[in-house]
Design a protein around this ligand. Structure first.
Ligand code: SF4
Length: 239
């Protein structure tokens, strides 16, 4: 074998090893988080429509603020109401979620899209996932993370949601994470079988873990992933 072929074989083997290592870690992370926090049964909402509304309201804010905004609807949160209410009034209702003027318009945009399915979630769920994703991404104010949340938690299409918690956790664990949203998502989807329940639970567990331990400033003490985590191990050594 010549030098170049030998070198590229070595490189491929290294890549394969790192790929297998990451794959194993991804499976272990899920098992450990599930053991630590149990079933999450997301998304926390009364109806599927409320779930979609929540996915927009939660942009750049905490879930507590979303709950405040949703409770301001006083149990009357329907697509018909959102389309008929003046922007100004809608904006006042959702004020606790922040960026309320933009979000009011986004809620209207999303609801207008939903209208084409007669506000019937089953009609939307019957469509192909890629078609729905491209329709959602065409809506002004809906980015990839929000679209994938709606796809997974409302439209029952398994798309792995990549958020700040996911990126932070996997990077700290020591997995090479692509910067590009879809490249990262596709990588994970390549590693984990496309299963709606699994994607639903995995993302919810990552969020739970991000709130309890893997915060901006990591709380590594008592973390169920510490034995697996490069950042956590380094922290342990330095103490
Ligand atoms: S050990 Fe620390 S950095 Fe690693 S996952 Fe746990 S909290 Fe995050």
């Amino acid at each position: 074998m010549n030098y170049h072929r030998y070198n590229s074989k070595l490189k491929n083997e290294k890549k394969l090893k790192s790929h297998i290592g990451s794959l194993k870690k991804i499976q272990i992370i899920y098992n450990k988080l599930h053991r630590a926090y149990g079933n999450q049964n997301w998304w926390p909402s009364e109806t599927t429509y409320e779930m979609m509304i929540g996915a927009i309201l939660t942009q750049n804010t905490s879930w507590t603020n979303v709950e405040k905004a949703i409770s301001n609807f006083q149990g009357d949160l329907s697509p018909e109401r959102i389309l008929n209410i003046e922007n100004e009034n809608l904006s006042a209702i959702i004020r606790p979620s922040g960026f309320h003027n933009q979000k009011a318009q986004k809620l209207k945009n999303l609801t207008n899209w939903y209208k084409k399915y007669n506000f019937n979630i089953k009609d939307a769920q019957n469509k192909d996932g890629e078609l729905l994703r491209s329709e959602l991404l065409d809506i002004k104010g809906i980015g990839k993370e929000t679209a994938d949340c709606i796809l997974t938690y409302a439209l029952e299409k398994p798309y792995f949601v990549v958020d700040t918690y996911t990126r932070r956790l996997f990077t700290r664990i020591g997995i090479e994470v692509p910067k590009d949203y879809d490249r990262f998502r596709l990588l994970i989807e390549d590693w984990i079988e496309k299963d709606l329940y699994l994607y639903n639970e995995y993302h919810a567990l990552i969020v739970e873990h991000g709130k309890r331990h893997c915060k901006k400033k990591a709380v590594c003490e008592g973390c169920p992933l510490i034995k697996l985590c490069e950042f956590g191990k380094l922290k342990e050594v330095s103490h």
